[in-house]
Ligand binder design. Structure first.
Ligand SMILES: C[S@@+](CC[C@H](N)C(=O)[O-])C[C@H]1O[C@@H](n2cnc3c(N)ncnc32)[C@H](O)[C@@H]1O
Length: 395
């Protein structure tokens, strides 16, 4: 009886492959002797123009992927099911089939309406591929962004979106900069926190053909540095390291790309200054809280009706602070864009200041005059990035 049910299940698999109806197959309830093996996930892939089935064997701490022809795949599934795996779940566009085998080798086969109404083509998968892959991703799993099946955890969807968006932004800036011609890069992420972005940056850059990137995370909290260094070792990221330190005191090595996302208050100014002083080709900052400028603002008369409201004064102070920072970067020879890098519905800390070093034709003096005029308009006396740049004669 069990043999018949098993054969029916295998027939459904074969037919779905012949009819182009196969979506995916999962084997579960592993009872074999391989330590740590939990599941096998089977899905279609395209290799050198040929359709194959990818078998992802998920172990407790790693994933192993093999690709097979359809005929090999059917033989492997026939071998595994009922032997080492006691559960199989087949998804086709016609129906879902589930087989469950108990310890007495009795099999129960059930069919259900299809979960997927259309077969996701390999082409579709390729187009949908994100810059940050979740499948077999060691650091995303260790950081708690994905679960053991490589799926984004429900509470981490915003974080994952933010990581992808950041890598998308970085890839655009990188591709348009002279760094795209380099073979080796040095990147520093200041205020790296739990390292979500630092790991993704390392992974993304080192996947670019012919490029080797060394990435350093700088973080004040030693426990986060320890955690991140452990995950970097686990992921085999040899040129990624994290150091305990304060942004303002950190001696930057030669740096091509400087990143500072959500470093508190004027730590953003310290990071921007470090990037300018290191002559970094790309500087990317997303400011966090803004405390320095607000108490200094002397409301210009025409804005009295606006800035008498606390919330509007706070927003104005944020926008003035980031405008001043952008003008200072421009004065120091960078081309600057300020933009929203992820929708406000996900986080309010979503303003990004991105500077790319100009190769010539700087209009630094004009930007410096605009900076002074803006500062005067609001009666601002002190701005940390300006002070650092002036003290060190960068403007
Ligand atoms: C809000 S978290 C952001 C982490 C990461 N950049 C991100 O965007 O996911 C800010 C981190 O910066 C660190 N930090 C703040 N000020 C710092 C400073 N002056 N030097 C070093 N680290 C700092 C904090 O400890 C914290 O871990």
């Amino acid at each position: 009886m069990s043999e018949t049910r098993l054969e029916e299940f295998i027939n459904s698999l074969e037919t779905s492959l012949e009819n182009d109806a196969f979506v995916k197959l999962t084997l579960a309830k592993y009872k074999g002797v391989e330590p740590g093996l939990k599941n096998v996930y089977v899905r279609p892939v395209e290799l050198k123009g040929e359709e194959r089935l990818s078998f992802l064997r998920r172990y407790k701490t790693k994933d192993v992927v093999e690709n097979h022809t359809f005929a090999e795949a059917v033989a492997i599934v026939r071998d595994l099911l009922g032997g080492e795996f006691l559960s199989g779940h087949l998804f086709t566009v016609e129906r879902d089939s589930r087989i469950e085998i108990n310890r007495k080798h009795e099999a129960k086969l059930s069919t259900h309406p299809p979960t997927f109404s259309e077969r996701r083509s390999v082409e579709h998968d390729r187009k949908k591929q994100r810059l940050v892959e979740t499948e077999g991703n060691v650091y995303l799993r260790a950081l708690g962004v994905t679960n053991e099946r490589g799926e984004v955890r429900p509470g981490m969807a915003d974080k994952f979106r933010q990581i992808n968006k950041f890598i998308e932004t970085l890839s655009g800036l990188f591709a348009a900069s002279p760094l795209a011609r380099e073979r080796g890069l040095s990147v520093v992420d200041m205020g790296s926190g739990k390292g979500y972005l630092t790991f993704a940056v390392y992974d993304y850059l080192n996947r670019q053909p012919g490029l080797e990137a060394k990435v350093t995370g700088v973080e004040a909290r030693a426990e986060l540095v320890g955690l991140c260094n452990g995950i970097a070792r686990e992921a085999g990221f040899e040129q990624l390291s994290f150091e305990t330190g304060y942004i303002q005191n950190f001696e930057l090595p030669e740096t091509d790309i400087l990143i500072a996302l959500h470093a508190c208050d004027t730590a953003t100014d310290d990071a921007l200054f470090k990037g300018i002083a290191a002559n970094a080709s790309i500087i990317i900052a997303a400011p966090c809280c803004h405390k320095e400028v607000r108490p200094q603002i002397e409301t210009p008369e025409p804005l009295r009706g606006v800035l008498r409201h606390g919330i509007l004064l706070e927003r104005e102070a944020e926008s003035v602070t980031d405008s001043l920072r952008a003008l200072l970067l421009e004065s120091a020879g960078y081309m600057v864009k300020v933009f929203e890098f992820i929708s406000t519905e996900h986080t309010r800390k979503n303003t990004m200041i991105a500077g790319v070093k100009k190769e010539g034709g700087a209009d630094g003096e004009l930007k410096w005059r605009q900076y002074q005029a803006l500062k005067d308009f609001y009666g601002i006396r002190e701005q940390r990035l300006e002070r650092l740049l002036c003290e060190n004669r960068f403007v």
